[in-house]
Write a protein that binds this ligand. Structure first.
Ligand code: ZN
Ligand code: ZN
Length: 293
């Protein structure tokens, strides 16, 4: 009984404690670590592994339990995010923002001397606010929905599912205007680390039951599972990846959670289906046109 109580308390505070530990790490670790992209990559990888192991200790739903097929598919998408999508963002996503920064003449060198926690909070908010509107647009405009929909076809949730999607969607959702400002590199890495791990928690098959203040600010599995509901109309809420407070601000927050997730009769898409998904209606229209002609 006492053991059960300890477990409950530990899981209740794991999410806020992790966010705090991430901020402390990037704020206090030696500069040679906090200015290296490798540190971010390794730290995110270790955190995701840790969350996957929490799924084994305090599972939320047996129907979401990791299988070999899910793990192998998910690892494919994780690898794609850290290679192809990262390359696309660095070469095609960031340069136009940097060019705009110089063209407009935005210069904020004082920002990198602002208190570390303030910089992290600002980066996270700026990035999340942009992501929120991109994600909301994806649920309101058919061409964008076609690239985002594959993420909603996942039939179970786990800590790696945030990476599952069509590459066009993953590229679009990685864009932001943070590069307009001169934040310090450790603050940028810290915000990316916090955002990625909160989103991993929000997809994880774990029973956390966090304190209310945490789920007021940060997205949790309750909020995000509702966003993955089987009927399309119920997905049009809780758009924020990591900061659910943005949904609260913009009037799209819905309380509750979903157990059954997926779309279209919970059809599971193969990797090939996910890649082809946005183009299927175009091909069908072309074929129909040819038949009609
Ligand atoms: Zn969505
Ligand atoms: Zn999701």
């Amino acid at each position: 009984m006492a053991e059960q109580g300890v477990k409950q308390v530990v899981f209740r505070y794991i999410q806020p404690a992790t966010v705090l530990a991430i901020v402390l790490f990037w704020g206090l670790a030696p500069e040679r670590l906090t200015t290296s992209a490798w540190t971010l990559l390794i730290a995110v990888g270790l955190c995701k592994l840790a969350i996957l192991s929490l799924e084994q200790v305090n599972e939320r739903h047996a129907a979401w339990r990791m299988t070999r097929t899910e793990l192998l598919t998910d690892l494919f998408y994780v690898a794609m995010v850290y290679t192809l999508i990262r390359y696309a963002r660095i070469h095609w996503g960031d340069p136009p923002v940097e060019a705009a920064k110089h063209a407009i003449g935005i210069s904020t060198p004082w920002l990198e001397h602002a208190p570390f926690v303030l910089q992290v909070a600002l980066v996270l908010f700026l990035f999340e606010f942009g992501q929120y509107w991109m994600h909301r647009a994806m649920h309101n405009w058919t061409p964008l929905w076609l690239v985002h929909a594959p993420h909603h076809y996942v039939t179970q949730l786990n800590a790696l599912k945030g990476a599952v999607g069509n590459p066009i969607e993953l590229f679009l959702i990685s864009l932001g205007i943070v590069a307009l400002f001169d934040f310090s590199l450790p603050a940028l890495f810290c915000a990316a680390h916090v955002g990625t791990i909160v989103a991993a928690f929000a997809h994880a098959n774990v029973r956390f039951d966090p304190p209310r203040w945490y789920s007021y600010v940060f997205t949790t599995i309750e909020h995000h599972s509702l966003h993955h509901s089987v009927d399309y109309e119920s997905t049009r809420c809780n758009y924020a990846n990591a900061l659910i407070v943005v949904d609260r601000m913009c009037g799209t927050f819905h309380a509750g959670e979903a157990v059954e997730v997926g779309q279209d009769g919970r059809r599971r898409l193969s990797i090939l289906d996910v890649m082809a998904f946005p183009f299927v209606p175009l091909v069908a229209r072309f074929r129909n046109g040819r038949t009609a002609g």
